[in-house]
Design a protein around this ligand. Structure first.
Ligand code: NAI
Length: 462
């Protein structure tokens, strides 16, 4: 039995970041992870492998759509799916090994196996029981199931199966127009599959600023994705060649079916806490299955903390990382804190979509007086040069104080551009503060500045 200051259960972005920060703060730290590699869902079967496939297929799309426009002539590349899968795996391996290196560097003990909490202050891994002054549950989430849908990870797949299909399907039905559905749907559409997205709501990407969501849907439709909105999926059935999806249109309750080689189920994720023994340990849970925590990430059982997808809040790797660092500081007696008002969200399609803060719909619902500064990438020379001038930046600021309340971007590099707005919001900046900041020309970031200018006396290039 080994004794630690902290044992973190789960080696994903929340858990491994927490372990590193704990070690940096001088705590004797262990991290329990049952997978062969560290990094959790995000690195192994989520954010990172999907980004590799998005990158490869984006280049393929560029070759087909834009190369000749730039005078780049000649034979077009064919897809070697096995090789693309190897590339994806190399990217994953490089990153998971990187975390292993960081663990060694920070003298963190990796307890290999699946952990459980037999009692407060104890973590069981295999047959061994280890003790710790603090335990951090960072066990993440798993795809949530849908009634009538049986996932086999070959024909009816979650994001995990979708990343490693045996071959490129000719057709794919995606259930759910959320982040996973649209990112993976984009990958296969670019690889030539006919992709149809079936979504329960009347708009894609629930929670996104409605104007951005509308534009986004139009751009994806132009890339060949088809959408069936307002459709409640009833179930799936395997066929000889693939599977069919039964759905009912909500407007008239009419029943329909659609068949495809592969069906991707992307209807959300749920906290993964099964087998931890939390209930036996007396840990209170939220009604929707998350671990209940207080403002310091501690559960009702002293010394047991929880972070990331296992607790309430957006299921995002960077939110988990921030909580991981903050809880480490709390455990070390410092003042860890996460500002939940400034957590960016990004969809890594082309164009990228990014947002932070309030949407216009939220501000309206709150009855806030606000102003909108919008700038189209059509007025941005860099965006035009790469054939991505169709999006826009939408800045929302308080009508009286000019303080930035939110920003929504659809366009090139949106996922990186959003962060200057995040920093501005952290500092309580006004739109004018951002507008008065010199931005290099020609960059995409000028569009952000122009949107800030549009909150005041007006954008220059619109
Ligand atoms: P999601 O919650 O983003 O979207 C699920 C969609 O499925 C919703 O639009 C919902 O209305 C729809 N839906 C639910 N039941 C349905 C039914 N019976 N018939 C038709 N449509 C139905 O969930 P998603 O895309 O599975 O992602 C899971 C989590 O992973 C999310 O929290 C997401 O933020 C996170 N994630 C984040 C990424 C990023 O930040 N780039 C990438 C991938 C995942």
């Amino acid at each position: 039995m080994a004794e630690f200051d902290v044992i973190v259960i789960g080696g994903g972005p929340g858990g491994y970041v927490c372990a590193i920060r704990c070690a940096q703060l001088g705590l004797k730290t262990a991290c329990v992870e049952g997978r062969e590699t560290l990094g959790g869902t995000c690195l192994n079967v989520g954010c990172i492998p999907s980004k590799a496939l998005l990158n490869a297929t984006h280049h393929l799309h560029e070759v087909h759509e834009n190369f000749e426009k730039m005078g780049l002539m000649g034979a077009k590349p064919k897809v070697d799916w096995a090789k693309m899968q190897d590339y994806k795996q190399d990217v994953v391996n490089g990153n998971t090994k990187g975390i292993e290196f960081l663990f060694k560097k920070n003298k963190i003990t990796w307890l290999k196996g699946w952990g459980s909490i037999p009692a407060a202050g104890q973590v069981k891994v295999g047959e061994e029981i280890h003790s710790a002054k603090a335990i951090v549950v960072a066990t993440g989430s798993e795809p949530s199931s849908l009634p009538g849908v049986t996932v086999d990870e070959e024909v009816v797949v979650t994001s995990t199966g979708a990343l490693s299909l045996g071959k490129i399907p000719k057709s794919m039905v995606v259930i759910g127009a959320g982040v996973i559905g649209l990112e993976m749907g984009s990958v296969y559409a670019r690889l030539g599959a006919e992709v149809t997205v079936v979504e329960y709501l009347d708009a894609i990407t629930p929670g996104m600023d409605a104007e951005v969501a509308k534009s986004f849907q139009k751009l994806l439709a132009k890339q060949g994705l088809k959408f069936i909105l307002g459709a409640a999926v009833q179930g799936t059935e395997r066929t000889k060649t693939g599977a069919k999806v039964a759905y009912k249109l909500r407007k008239d309750d009419s029943a329909h079916e659609i068949a495809a080689d592969v069906v991707l189920v992307a209807t959300g994720r749920r906290p993964y806490t099964a087998g931890l023994g939390l209930e036996a340990a007396g840990v209170e849970m939220e009604p929707r299955g998350q671990v209940k925590i207080d403002g310091h990430f501690q559960t009702n059982v002293k010394g047991i903390y929880a972070i990331g997808d296992a607790v309430v809040g957006p299921m995002l790797a960077h939110k988990a990382e921030d909580e991981g660092m903050a809880v480490a500081e709390v455990i070390a007696g410092k003042h860890g804190h996460v500002n939940y008002d400034v957590i960016p969200g990004v969809i890594y399609t082309t164009p990228e979509v990014a947002s932070v803060g309030k949407t216009e719909e939220q501000l309206k619902a709150e009855g806030r007086a606000y102003k909108v500064g919008k700038f189209p990438f059509m007025g941005n020379a860099r965006a035009k040069a790469i054939f991505q001038a169709e999006g826009f930046v939408k800045m929302l600021a308080d009508k009286e104080t000019d303080r930035i309340l939110g920003c929504h971007i659809i366009g090139p590099g949106a996922g990186d551009l959003i962060h200057e707005v995040c920093v501005a919001m952290e500092f309580g900046a006004s739109a004018q503060d951002l507008a008065l900041t010199c931005h290099a020309h020609p960059t995409y970031s000028e569009a952000v500045r122009e949107a800030a200018l549009a909150c005041g006396d007006g954008a220059i290039h619109a």
